[in-house]
Design a protein around this ligand. Sequence first.
Ligand SMILES: [Zn+2]
Length: 282
Amino acid sequence: MTDERCDRTRRRSTPTTEPPGRPPAAAALTTPTGILGAAGSASQTARLACVTTIRPGVDRAARHAVAARTEALFRASGALREGHFALKSGRHGDAYVEKFAVLSDPAATSELCAFWAADYGGRTGGARVDLVAGPTTGGVILAFETGRLLGTRAIFAEEVRPDDGAIRREFRRGFRIEPGERVLLVDDILTTGGSLLAMIPAVEAMGGEIVGCHVLVDRSGEPRSTIDSPTTGRRYPLHSLWRLALPTYEPGPDSCPRCAAGDPVQAPGSTGTAARPASAIS
Ligand SMILES: [Zn+2]
C-alpha cells in the first residue's frame, strides 16, 4: 500500500494546478540539510529536524486509523455482501460492497464525511472549499453531509445518456459553479472511476477549480493517488479512506469459481435478497 497521507502532504506543497517553476514550499523540509544550513539558530534547527522525522510517521498512523475506522463502520453496517455478482466492470466477484448499508446510517455517514472535511475549510489550515459536489446517487448524500460540515453549498451531477451512447454527467436543477470556485468532489466507491471521470469535465466546463477528489473506498485493485481529466488532461489528487482488495474474475466457468459452481449471478444491489453479509471477508 502506498503512503497516501504522505502523498497528500507532498501534493499540498506542490499542487498540480500551480504554475510550473514555482518552488515547492515544503520541499526544504524534505532536504533538511539545505534549509537548516540557512536557518541559522540552533532552536530553529531542532524544531525543523523534529518535523522531518516525526510527521511522516504521524501521518501514516492517522491514515491507518482512518482506514480501520472506515472498515469497522462498513462491517458494522453489513455493507460487505457475499454472493456471485456481475460487477460494473463486466467482471464477476464473490463479494460486493453495498454502500447504501452505510449511507443509510446518518451517524456513520457523518463520521466518514468528517474525515474529508477535516482536511479542508481553513479551520485547520486546510485548503478553502467553496462547494462540494458528488455524482448521483450516493454522492448526493455524501456531498450534502460534507457541505454541511464545511458550511458550503452541496450539489450533485446526474448521469446523461445521449444518443451517441457516451455516458456523461451534468449539473441540472439550476445548480451553478461560478468560474474559479473551488470544488471538492466526493463519491462512495471507486471501482472503475467512471463516475468521477464523468463529473470532472462537468466541473471544468463551468469553470470550477477541483481541489481534490475523495472516495470512501477504493476497490479498483489498482490504488492510485491522482485522476486525470478525460477532456483537459489536468491531474487532480485522489484520496480514499479505505482501500479494499476484493478478487474479481473473468465471467465463465474456466475463470470464475462461482460460475464453475453454477451459482446464479446477480447484479449488485438489484435485489439484495440473495446476498448475505460477509462478516468473515477480509
Ligand atoms: Zn461468475
